[in-house]
Structures are given as C-alpha cells and as structure tokens.
Design a protein around this ligand. Structure first.
Ligand code: UT7
Length: 330
C-alpha cells in the first residue's frame, strides 16, 4: 500500500494589507484590543472582485513549482472553504477549470477551520487505496466581503483575513508521509459559530427582514469557542501522538489552525511544548480558516522549521464544532 506524502506547498494572500490601525477606520476597535485578545497585527483583504478559487490558483502555482510538477500531473482536487465563490457549484470545479484540467474529479469540503485536515484525511485514504497518485488539496477563503463591520460583528470582523494555501500530496513507496488522521464533530454546537443565511430552511429563502436580523453575517459565541478549543485541540493532538506511539516530546513541529494566539498559547501550555515545537503566524494573516494550516505549513517549510524526517502534527478546531489532527513523518 503506498503512503501519501506532501511534496510541495504554496500560499497566496491578496496584496491589500490591512493593519490593526487601518481596521480602526472601518470598525470601532483598537490595535490594543485586537492584539491582546488574538495576537493579530495585520491581515490581507481582497481589493477587487476575486473568489476563493482565484486565491487558490495562485497558491497552487507555487505548490506545483515546489513539487517540480506541472498541473496536468494532478489527478484529483480537494477544495476546502467556507467562503466559496458561489453558493453552488463549489470552488473545486472553478479551480479545475482555471488550471485547464479536463474532467478530473473535484471535491468540495465544508468543514470550516478543520477543512484542510478533513481534506488531507480524504487525500490520504484515496492515495493509500491506489485511486490517485497526485492530489491537489487547497484551503482558500475570502472572508472580507462577508464580515459585519458594525458593533454587532466587530468581535468577529477583526479576527479574519483572506488567503489560500495549497499542497500536492503524492503516492510514495517510502516509509514516510501521513501516519494517521483523526476527525471529530459535535453538531449540537453548530449554532455557536455559523453563518445562517442564505440557507435552505426558510420559506421563502430570502424572507422579509433577512437584512435586518443579522443572519447574513457570521455569528460566533467567542467564549464558548475558546472554551472548547483549548480542551479539544490538546485532546486530538494527544490522539495523534498516542496512535503512533509518540509523546509530546517527540513533536518536531505542531502546526495548529491559526484561530487565535491565545488559543495556541493555551494549547502549548497544556501540552508543555517549547516555543520551537509550535508554529504561529496569525499576527500576519489573522484567521484564514481552511487556509490557515497550509499557509502556516508553507511558511514553516520556508523558514526551515520542517526538516527531513520531522514529526509534524497538524491540528484544527472550528465551526461545527469540528476538530481534527494529522500526524506526518516528513
Ligand atoms: O476558529 C474559530 C475562531 N474563533 C476564535 O478564535 C474565537 C475564540 N474567542 C475569542 O478569542 C474571544 O472570545 C474573542 C476575541 C472573540 C472576544 O473576546 P472576549 O473577551 O470574549 O470579548 P467579548 O465578546 O466578551 O467582549 C468584551 C468587550 C465588550 O465590551 P463590554 O461589554 O465589556 O464593554 C465588547 O463590546 O469587548 C468589546 N468588543 C470590542 N472592543 C473593541 C468586542 N469586539 C471588540 C472589538 N474592539 N473588535
């Protein structure tokens, strides 16, 4: 049975840089509030019409270059996003078309902050089963066009950024690659972090008052999210370690979903990790949801923090609630 190995990574963020000081011009907030609560200093927003698939395309070009591959070698696409270009079809087919790939399958993953790890789990299983040899997995988000910059939404608006990360996952006979994945969910918490409309439940879908009731913007019970995140991240990381017979000391690099610096620090504290054992770049990009792990992975590789044979743990938690981890021998 082949193993599944990440052989190339790429990332892309739109040019427009929005610092916390600039954020104060559009939201009633302060640099101090944002930094203290989240560690975020700046993020990138799109400045002209641009979808998640456009950002994904740019990240994919870099991932292909790093994998020393051409697009026509990709035989399947997995696209994780909560902010697709259109309500339907999903962004996977748009990326397939932009890459000029005729008729290969494109799967859309709707698991928000855990989307990348869920997608990795699918890619790993497909490759191990011998279905595909080279899978493109992307996480891409355009949050900025859907945030509520009024007082009701400011605790969310300041946290999110636009961006994309891409990886090429290939079949290998070597004893390395994805060692395990663990996926979880708790739908009883679905409405703690959600975007309700336009949903299919209402008759009619675009009912009178839809613009006034706040349901066209993301809703988040920040404290509840925080409470569960700091418990479930360590649990799913330990699950990855125990499954493979490792302990926290064996982690070369933990790349958690970049939700919030305080959450990352709480995880590191609970797992007693040294600063060199975990990665954070949330100060530069904010929370880019499904894109945050592949962006962080790409930067960690560029900074030389992922080496041949490193034990890399990916972990995510977010809307659903969903949470997930992957152990990778690099
Ligand atoms: O993948 C999921 C990503 N989500 C997360 O990572 C969220 C986890 N949650 C958190 O990190 C925190 O709950 C937040 C950072 C979202 C919010 O922090 P908090 O301490 O829970 O704030 P809060 O919503 O309870 O608001 C505290 C105060 C309020 O003012 P008063 O009532 O105490 O006067 C808010 O009105 O902060 C005010 N506030 C703001 N002030 C300045 C809320 N948002 C802002 C803002 N700027 N952007």
């Amino acid at each position: 049975m082949p193993n599944a190995r990440i052989i190339g990574t790429g990332m892309y963020v739109p040019e427009r840089l929005v610092t916390n000081d600039e954020m104060t011009k559009i939201v009633d907030t302060s640099d101090e509030w944002i930094r203290e609560r989240s560690g975020i200093q700046e993020r990138h927003f799109i400045s002209e019409e641009c979808g998640a698939s456009d950002l994904a395309l740019e990240a994919t070009k870099i991932a292909l270059k790093n994998a020393k591959m051409t697009a026509d070698e990709i035989d399947f696409i997995i696209f994780a996003t909560l902010s697709p270009d259109y309500n339907f079809p999903g962004s996977g087919v748009l990326l397939q078309d932009k890459l000029g790939l005729k008729n290969i399958g494109a799967l859309d993953v709707r698991n928000q902050c855990s989307g990348f790890v869920y997608g990795l789990s699918v890619a790993n299983a497909y490759i191990r089963a011998g279905l595909y040899k080279n899978i493109l997995l992307v996480g891409a988000e355009v949050h900025s066009t859907g945030l509520d910059f009024s007082d009701e939404g400011r605790h969310i608006a300041v946290l999110f950024g636009d961006g994309a990360g891409a990886v090429i996952i290939s079949a290998t006979d070597e004893e390395r690659g994805v060692l395990s994945t663990h996926l979880h969910s708790d739908g009883s918490k679905a409405l703690e972090l959600c975007l309700i409309n336009p949903g299919s439940r209402k008759i009619p879908r675009y009912y009178e008052g839809i613009w006034e009731d706040g349901t066209l913007y993301p809703h988040m019970n920040g404290r509840e999210v925080f409470k569960y995140a700091v418990t479930l991240f360590p649990r799913v990381i330990n699950e990855a370690l125990e499954t493979n017979g490792y302990s926290t000391e064996d982690i070369d690099l933990l790349i958690p979903h970049q939700a919030n610096m305080r959450i990352t620090e709480a995880i590191a504290h609970r797992l007693k990790l040294r600063p060199d054992q975990y990665f954070s770049n949330i100060h530069k990009y904010g929370n880019t949801t499904a894109a945050s792990i592949p962006i962080a992975l790409h930067e960690a590789i560029e900074e030389g923090r992922v080496k041949d044979n490193s034990l890399v743990i990916l972990a995510a938690f977010g809307s659903g609630f969903t949470w997930a981890s992957a152990a990778i021998r690099w």
